[in-house]
Write a new protein. Structure first.
Length: 80
């Protein structure tokens, strides 16, 4: 086996940016938070919030930090 295939096998279960974004968006939807409300609370453009809500685009580190700061349930989920 090549080293690239071995690397893919060993690192298959790592959490990536897309997985984390999907998990946090799921939490936001469960709380009933819309894209407009999230954008307003985080002081970001609505288009950027829509991108990670509907287009499966990973959020930036700044967005994640703002979410952690704004919403207690996100902070608890990330800590756990």
């Amino acid at each position: 086996m090549s080293t690239m295939i071995l690397w893919q096998i060993c690192h298959k279960n790592e959490l990536n940016n897309g997985d984390l974004t999907r998990y946090i968006v799921k939490l936001l939807r469960e709380q009933g938070i819309t894209t407009k409300q999230a954008a307003r609370d985080l002081n970001i453009p609505v288009e950027r919030a829509r991108n990670w809500y509907y287009k499966d685009t990973g959020m930036t580190a700044l967005d994640l930090l703002r979410l952690i700061q704004e919403y207690k349930f996100v902070r608890q989920a990330v800590e756990n």
